[in-house]
Write a protein that binds this ligand. Structure first.
Ligand code: PEP
Ligand code: MG
Length: 834
């Protein structure tokens, strides 16, 4: 009798693409016919076809019967059974990296089975709208192409398109820098050669007599089956089949299925693959709520533009296309790096988060009119990076001390011709006027690298970042450069304009630029056009060759600003757009910190002003280092300015200087991170409890809501920058033992790196709640202890508080105190907790 056996699916996500391709690969080694019957739905699948197996919709707990028939049936059965019983589950273990990413989903949403894609935070903000996929082809209607006279011609078209796509996919796999992208491409390759797929396409070709209908009908068949599955993984395969079919269609018929996805008709989250700064600048962004990038990239110009323009963005989220469908309502959380389906729970959660964000911004607003200053009174200007005069105006409204970088090349991109001198003059003059007495650093155009302009002829370059870019373009495009210099200088009569040159590598370039600069001044004078005669000329320090001769260069310029994005990429030889080498491009590595120190010392020796305008300027973790380096200014995306000033006000410049000294002695990036952790831990102290940490009448209905409400209080009062981390730490304790004291009080608590200031937060509940299943007495008040990661203190405060709560009088007083003030007094003065 032919061999057969039963199998019970043990996988939480059912038999999805990866195990299916293993099974198909094993079955394909044998001649014997092999099939699987899913007893739950009676679907029968060919074991040699991934698509057929996926179509059987085998879910967790489904019982399946596997049958083999043919000359080597015994061997086929043994090999398949061995895989299913021994390897299937172990291969399914979720990687720790994925688990870590999953933590970015707020605890309160984790158990709600919200469809989620985990990416990497790129630009803060929360956006919601319909998902628009900026690449990809929409398949045509059935019957769009007339039936061909000869079915063989249609089959030939299909075969050659499949061969072309196979070649294309293989090439893309070889070139792909991202593992996720590579995995997707391999899945597509698998579909292309899948026997069930080929059979179906051929069947419909025979029936309809057109390649077009064959593709559309086959795509529809598989997509319909997959999208009905309960498993998210299997539903996601529909997008893969559609992608393969779309590309085959495109290869035969050209681009006539493509839609102009970048016209947004309503609030939208844009999934952007391969879009560059030009596309973003060219499009109407009125409805743009957020952007998600498939490939991981952090300092490419399109991503910088998102931060500068304040567009919420997430990167490294290639799974978006397979989890969501175009048009689906989604929410993008730029701070956590998430994309979520827009359920009502998600909406509720984010409504609160938005309110907290607004409150935090409002609080930080008091720093808007104060120049960036440390707690001990040392000034460090906090500037903004912008790309237009409109942004200059709004950056000053957001409290910046100056414009540290106006990337003027953005005025040159996304157009068919460059802006004229007159057009530029208008823009720079308007920027200067908005700045009043404050400085605006206009950087001359840095075209090239990942910012090509359509009208400038660029030869094909092997390494565009090492090629014709920035100042290197100016001699060949002298008129363009001089037009810009004239426009900038003329604008200088309206404010404090400074001119900065990008990509300086050698002193000779400074000499050449200085000659042009002086010539333009002479020209303007002879034409009778006014300009600020003391206008400054500065350079960006972003090419490492400048540093060894900085003593010579600093002497000949008026100011310098460090372009950490390029300086990092060139120092570590790590392309800023290549995710594979992102880990090397680390601005906190001792090698880079030493270079920064060298730059600051040399520029200061010449009594010149030194700023830093790369993305490093905006990172909270970088701030103590930057504040200790002796810079005059740091410049960043406008939305970061206020919070940076607020953080700066809590730092001691002397401590920061010591931190830098210590960091310079270290050898590895990891050691620097540990040092910063310690620095943060020893940061300024605040009292354990304050008024804003108390809610007298909370509406929380259960433990989850209460804990989140308390954690939000910490976030609101700047006691944590990572509320989700605190929430997790609290729940880790909750999982080990009950924090319900059984006296109408519960005391959730944690000791965590995510807490910046040890805190006690209190909720008195409007309606008493049952804390957990085993609780007997309803809880009337929740007192949360969230402590920094410092030894000893946690237990000390906990036991003091717990002892106090054993006293009935004290409990009653907490229960009856009418104001927050009374409650705080009870806990501090009476209980002696400070
Ligand atoms: C830099 O390189 O850090 C910089 C600010 O310039 P850009 O990012 O525009 O190259
Ligand atoms: Mg640069």
């Amino acid at each position: 009798m032919p061999p057969e056996f039963s199998f019970l699916c043990p996988l939480a996500n059912g038999l999805h693409a990866r195990p299916c391709s293993h099974i198909a690969e094993i079955a394909g080694r044998f001649q014997a016919e092999a099939n699987l019957t899913n007893r739950r739905n009676s679907r029968v699948a060919n074991l040699k076809s991934v698509l057929s197996l996926i179509s059987a919709d085998v879910l967790l707990g489904d019982e399946c019967l596997l049958r083999f028939a043919g000359t080597d049936e015994q061997a086929a059965s043994v090999a398949t059974r061995s895989y299913l019983e021994k390897d299937l589950q172990s291969q399914e273990e979720v990687s720790p990296a994925f688990e870590a990413k999953k933590k970015s989903l707020p605890r309160s949403l984790r158990k709600l089975e919200v469809q989620t894609v985990y990416g990497i935070p790129l630009s803060k903000g929360i956006g919601q709208g319909a998902l628009v996929i900026a690449v990809g082809t929409v398949l045509p209607e059935i019957g769009k192409h007339d039936p061909a006279g000869n079915i063989d011609d249609e089959r030939r078209k299909l075969a050659s398109a499949r061969a072309a796509l196979r070649h294309e996919l293989q090439e893309l796999i070889e070139r792909s820098a991202s593992e996720t992208a590579c995995g997707i491409l391999k899945t597509h390759l698998g579909i292309l050669d899948d026997p069930a797929f080929m059979e179906k396409v051929d069947h419909y070709a025979q029936q309809s007599k057109t390649a077009s209908d064959a593709i559309v009908l086959a795509a529809k068949d598989f997509a319909d089956t997959f999208t009905q599955s309960k498993s998210e993984y299997i539903r996601a395969r529909a997008a893969d089949v559609l992608a393969v079919c779309s590309r085959i269609y495109q290869l035969i018929y050209g681009n006539d299925g493509e839609k102009d996805a970048l016209v947004l008709n309503g609030p939208a989250i844009l999934m952007a693959e391969g879009i560059d700064a030009q596309v973003l600048l060219r499009m109407d962004r009125t409805h743009l709520q957020g952007i998600v990038f498939g490939e991981e990239q952090k300092t490419s110009h399109v991503t910088i533009l998102c931060r500068t323009l304040g567009i919420a963005a997430v990167t490294g989220a290639a799974e978006v296309k397979r989890t969501f469908h175009a048009g689906q309502e989604v929410l993008l959380d730029g701070s956590r790096g998430l994309l979520l389906s827009l359920t009502s729970a998600v909406q509720d959660f984010y409504r609160k988060q938005r309110a907290i964000a607004e409150l935090r911004t409002e609080k930080a607003g008091r720093f808007a009119t104060i120049t960036g200053t440390t707690a001990d009174g040392k000034q460090l200007e906090v500037g903004a990076n912008v790309t237009s005069d409109i942004e200059v105006k709004s950056a000053f409204q957001k409290g910046c001390d100056g414009i540290g970088l106006f990337r003027t090349e953005m005025l040159f991109l996304g157009k068919d011709t460059p802006p004229t001198e007159a057009e530029q003059f208008e823009i720079y003059a308007s920027a200067a006027k908005s700045a009043g007495a404050k400085s605006v650093i206009l950087r001359t155009f840095d075209i090239g690298g990942d910012k090509p302009a359509a009208y400038l002829p660029f030869a094909q370059e092997q390494n565009p970042f090492l090629g014709h870019r920035g100042v290197r373009l100016y001699k060949d495009n002298l008129d363009l450069f001089l037009d810009q210099l004239r426009a900038m200088m003329r604008a200088s009569v309206f404010g404090k304009v400074r001119i900065m040159i990008p990509m300086i590598s050698v002193l000779e370039e400074v000499h050449w630029v200085r000659e042009q600069f002086e010539q333009v001044k002479r020209d303007l004078t002879s034409r009778g056009q006014a300009f600020d005669v003391s206008i400054e000329l500065g350079i960006m320090i972003e090419v490492p060759s400048v540093v060894p001769v900085l003593d010579k260069i600093a002497a000949e310029v008026d100011f310098c600003s460090i372009g950490s994005n390029d300086l990092v990429q060139y120092l570590f030889a790590a392309d800023r757009g290549n995710p594979k080498v992102n880990h090397l491009a680390n601005a906190r590595h001792p090698a880079f910190l030493r270079l920064l120190r060298q730059i600051c010392v040399q520029v200061k020796q010449h009594g010149k002003w030194i700023g830093l305008c790369g993305e490093m300027g905006g990172g909270a973790r970088n701030l103590p280092l930057l504040a200790g380096l002796g810079l005059d200014e740091i410049s960043m995306a406008p939305n970061e300015v206020l919070f940076t000033k607020q953080r700066l006000a809590a730092l001691s410049s002397a401590d920061c200087a010591r931190l830098v000294e210590d960091a310079l002695e270290l050898a590895t990036a990891e050691e620097v991170e540990t040092l910063i952790d310690k620095f943060v831990l020893n940061g300024s102290e605040r009292p354990l409890i304050e008024l804003e940490l108390v809610i007298i009448e909370s509406h929380s209905k259960n433990r989850e809501e209460a804990i989140r409400e308390l954690v939000d209080l910490l976030h609101q009062t700047e006691r944590t920058e990572d509320p989700d981390g605190v929430e997790d730490a609290i729940w880790d304790r909750e999982a080990t033992y009950s924090t319900d004291m059984g006296l109408g009080f519960s005391m959730p608590h944690c000791k965590s790196k995510s807490v910046s200031h040890s805190s006690i937060a209190v909720l008195r509940l409007k309606e008493p709640m049952i804390w957990e299943e085993a609780s007997t007495v309803p809880v009337r008040a929740v007192i949360m202890l969230a402590m920094k990661n410092e030894p000893g203190k946690h237990m000390q405060v906990m036991s003091k508080l717990a002892r106090k709560l054993m006293d009935e009088d004290f409990r009653d007083q907490i229960g009856s105190s009418r104001t927050r003030e009374e409650l705080v007094r009870l806990l501090t003065k009476d209980a002696g907790i400070t």
